[in-house]
Design a binder for this molecule. Structure first.
Ligand code: ADP
Ligand code: GLC
Length: 469
């Protein structure tokens, strides 16, 4: 058993490839930042460690050299206080500093991504050996190999944010990454996640329903069997959102602040949004749906495309913000040209516009094919936009269907990720909000839910405490 600090607090090393706003690509960044912030509020001493991608300023900076094997080259950690996220540790090793954590300007991955994150993980392991914490908290594949290098590791939690990404590389890494490298062998290759699944003390999926899904062949992305072998270590803790950042009553990024007691003020945002995206009149009819997303297969963009020509009939308008896959973006641009009165598409990652989309839309459309947790449906509900989602992953845990469960329902759920099911859910949603009283009730109910990190952070702290005894 590892002793806790004298004052009863514990020190956790939290290893992540992303942390908002320092380096943010997707929900991992927001989830890491939100959880760390709340854990610190709860008195947990959290040392966040991430790659030094370059250009990150720290106050009171110090540095330590790390004792790493020759294949890593030289590695060090610089640490200090970051303006937005507080105390932060950054690993410097060959190849880590890049303008984007994973992607070249062309949109393809850096060819040496495997080397980069193996070096990162080995460096973190060296630091953990030098200054062992009470608990190590790993996130996704980037930090999975940390456990390969530690013959005796502190109690370890592995959070799975997205099993679709595994960082699999060739077999030559197995002998390099450390004495426990053999656990990472997966079908003749090195899989940074498979070894972490075998070696972590607890495996936490980012929603309870995703915890169940990843142990099935459909949801396991090839790793369901090793996960089933560890079933007694697998659990789910639903993510939260940072309710200081996502606060409709005091949000500098939206036109008109509002709260659930005075929803009429919300209309100013709807008007502003419709104006900006040239989506016709500010009338309440036809209703307006929004999408804020990475453009990738996971998000069911291909299910949205065939709906666009049908929007006039539903009737509905749709405003979409997205960045990622260039082909998907090109097709969406084309649809926007063909259906300018009903569909607007803005390409890019735009935080300001995202806030306005949640604050000004009637519905939030999220037809994901799979969704480990999903943060945007919670952001939408916090801003009074009613979610229309598919019955996958964390969407099941966060959006009870308003027709199936009139008293607890928060949105509309398509049973499967199929075009006709999504369309049917949209029709149900539109029918429901024609009655202003029922619409307002649904909005207020979603806004009243506590989506904050408070409960998730308490649940993680309980896992840490359990592990250290
Ligand atoms: P994922 O991590 O799979 O992309 P999540 O719903 O968990 O999905 O988290 C996505 C996060 O990134 C949310 O905080 C969302 O507001 C933000 N986001 C996604 N796409 C964009 C975009 N194009 N512009 C601005 N913010 C975005
Ligand atoms: C991943 C998942 C998303 C989840 C996020 C944060 O990016 O795709 O569903 O909300 O991680 O855990």
């Amino acid at each position: 058993m590892v002793p806790t600090r004298n004052n009863g607090s514990m020190r956790v090393v939290f290893v992540t490839a992303e942390l908002a706003p320092v380096a943010a690509v997707g929900g991992l960044a927001a989830a890491a930042a939100g959880l760390v912030k709340e854990l610190r509020v709860l008195g947990v001493e959290v040392d966040v460690v991430m790659p030094d991608y370059g250009g990150i300023e720290l106050a009171d900076e110090q540095a330590v050299d790390l004792d790493v094997p020759a294949w890593v080259g030289t590695a060090s950690i610089r640490y200090g206080v970051h303006d937005d996220v507080g105390r932060l540790h950054l690993v410097r090793a060959e190849g880590l500093a890049r303008p984007h954590p994973y992607l070249q300007p062309s949109g393809e991955g850096w060819p040496d991504n495997a080397d980069r994150f193996f070096r990162f993980a080995r460096s973190v392991a060296a630091w953990i050996e030098a200054e062992p914490p009470d608990v190590v908290h790993l996130n996704d594949w980037h930090s999975g190999p940390v456990l390969a290098a530690l013959s005796t590791a502190p109690p370890t939690v592995l959070s799975i944010h997205n099993l679709a990404y595994q960082g699999t590389s060739d077999a030559r890494w197995l002998t390099r990454i450390g004495p426990r490298g053999r656990h990472y062998e997966w079908w003749g290759a090195t899989n940074p996640l498979s070894g972490a699944i075998a070696l972590a003390d607890r495996i936490v999926a980012v929603s309870p329903n995703y915890a169940a899904e990843i142990m099935t062949p459909e949801g396991g992305f090839g790793l369901d069997e090793p996960l089933r072998q560890r079933w007694d270590a697998v659990g789910g803790i639903l993510n939260g959102i940072d309710t200081d950042v996502w606060n409709p009553a005091a949000d500098p990024l939206i036109a008109a602040p509002f709260d659930r007691r005075e929803l009429t003020s919300r209309e100013g945002n709807r008007t502003d949004l419709i104006d900006r995206l040239h989506l016709g009149s500010a009338d309440s009819w036809p209703p307006l749906a929004a999408v804020v997303t990475r453009l990738t297969d996971q998000k069911g963009i291909d299910l949205i495309e065939p709906i666009v020509p049908l929007l006039a009939d539903i009737p509905m308008r749709l405003a979409m913000l997205g960045s990622g896959d260039a082909d998907l973006a090109a097709r969406l641009h084309e649809l926007a040209v063909q259906h300018p009165e009903h569909f607007a598409f803005v390409e890019g990652y735009d935080e300001t516009l995202s806030h306005l989309l949640f604050a000004g839309s009637d519905f939030y459309l999220m037809p994901s094919r799979f969704e480990p947790c999903g943060l945007t449906q919670m952001q939408a509900m916090r801003y009074g936009s009613i979610p229309v989602v598919t019955a996958v992953g964390g969407l099941v845990d966060t959006v009870p269907d308003a027709d199936a469960d009139p008293r607890r329902g928060l949105g509309f759920v398509a049973a499967r990720a199929r075009g006709e099911d999504v369309l049917a859910a949209l029709f149900r949603a539109v029918r429901r909000i024609r009655d202003p009283r029922r619409r307002g009730a649904l909005q207020r109910r979603g806004m009243a839910v506590d989506w904050s990190w408070r409960d998730p952070a308490l649940a993680y702290r309980a896992v840490y405490r359990d592990l250290i005894g």
